[in-house]
Design a protein around this ligand. Structure first.
Ligand SMILES: Nc1ncnc2c1ncn2[C@@H]1O[C@H](COP(=O)(O)OP(=O)(O)OP(=O)(O)O)[C@@H](O)[C@H]1O
Length: 314
């Protein structure tokens, strides 16, 4: 069964179309990364999944329930780490977790939750005195209460130090292993790459890509970067590589070459250099990072928009 299913979902605010005919399916037990540049419609989508705002058009099913009609039941089974979570300054960390336990009718041990998110030592301190990262850990702890079937995490690593970000990733994987679905929105693409099974990239209210990171790489043309160490390569050698079919770019400074090419022409690049008398000492393939893929799906639009504006002003 799908944990989240959106069909033809549109949300308009006056003249602004925040989400535009969105179809999205997230499977049960999946860790799904929800990406997109600022203003792409991610928060609006999350707010509709949680019924904080209603769609202008379309259907949203969450955990097999209607997101609008059954919103209370959906929220009961969902743990949310909202963007920009605010603590109650005068309540302790433990009180926050107890509050979450009461409102979910759960029977978790608040200290075990605080231990899990690494702030057990601060359990009796007022949350108003917590650092940004500690607040974020507290919010994650509150989201984990009641072993939710669905976790919605909006920028969960915001404010976390590297150790905190790693702990958060471990928690996400543990939750997925116990069968929870995790819907994870973030601009920290390294985090997403490390933890998500699949990602969806939003742009201007629609999904422009929805796949595993491996699948996105293939769809983007499977382009790879080769870092080659050589004894010495001349400008002509670099030019010869650049002219090969399937090579997108080639540059170098004598002892090393950087070549962007389609996966299938790597050997041709190396043999071309060797045929020209260049000794290849070592080479390494660098795959496109999620950041490269993200930019390939979102940047051309920015360029096109800039061109449109130029045309308007010209
Ligand atoms: N309450 C609102 N009233 C009017 N416009 C809104 C409202 N909420 C969102 N929008 C608009 O809808 C569009 C999508 O916004 P949204 O917050 O969903 O984007 P986002 O992808 O979450 O962005 P970010 O990464 O910056 O958080 C934006 O143009 C935004 O200005």
């Amino acid at each position: 069964m799908a944990a989240i299913e959106l069909t033809g979902v549109t949300k308009r605010y006056g003249d602004v179309t925040a989400v535009d005919g969105l179809d999205l399916t997230v499977s049960e037990g999946e860790v799904f990364g929800f990406l997109g540049p600022n203003g792409a419609g991610k928060s609006t989508t999350i707010n509709m999944i949680l019924d904080f705002v209603g769609p202008t058009e379309g259907d949203l099913t969450v955990l097999g329930l209607d997101a609008r009609r059954d919103s209370v039941a959906v929220r009961q089974r969902t743990g949310v780490l909202p963007e920009g979570f605010d603590v109650y300054n005068r309540l302790t960390g433990r009180k926050h977790v107890e509050f979450a336990i009461d409102s979910k009718d759960a029977d978790d041990d608040p200290d075990a939750i605080l231990e899990r998110v690494g702030i057990a030592d601060a359990a009796d301190r007022k949350a108003g005195g917590y650092s940004k990262g500690m607040r974020q850990r507290l919010a994650l702890g509150m989201a984990l209460v009641g072993d939710p079937d669905l976790l919605i995490l909006d920028e969960p690593s915001s404010g976390l130090d590297p150790a905190g970000a790693k702990e958060m990733r471990d928690i996400v994987r543990t939750e997925a292993d116990r069968g929870a679905t995790v819907f994870f929105s973030s601009h920290v693409l390294g985090q997403v790459e490390a933890v998500c099974d699949r990602v969806g990239i939003m742009r201007e209210g629609s999904l422009v890509a929805e796949d595993s990171i491996e699948g996105l790489r293939e769809a983007a043309g499977g382009e790879e970067t080769l870092e080659i160490t050589v004894d010495s390569a001349s400008t002509e050698d670099v030019d010869a590589v650049r002219e090969l079919d399937g090579v997108v770019s080639a540059s170098g400074d004598g002892g090393s070459l950087t070549v962007s090419c389609e996966g299938g022409v790597k050997t041709k690049v190396l043999s071309t250099l060797e045929d020209r008398g260049v000794t290849v000492k070592d080479f390494e393939t660098v795959e496109a990072s999620l950041e490269d893929l993200f930019l390939s799906y979102t940047e051309d639009r920015v360029d096109a928009d800039a061109e449109d504006e130029e045309e308007v002003t010209a």
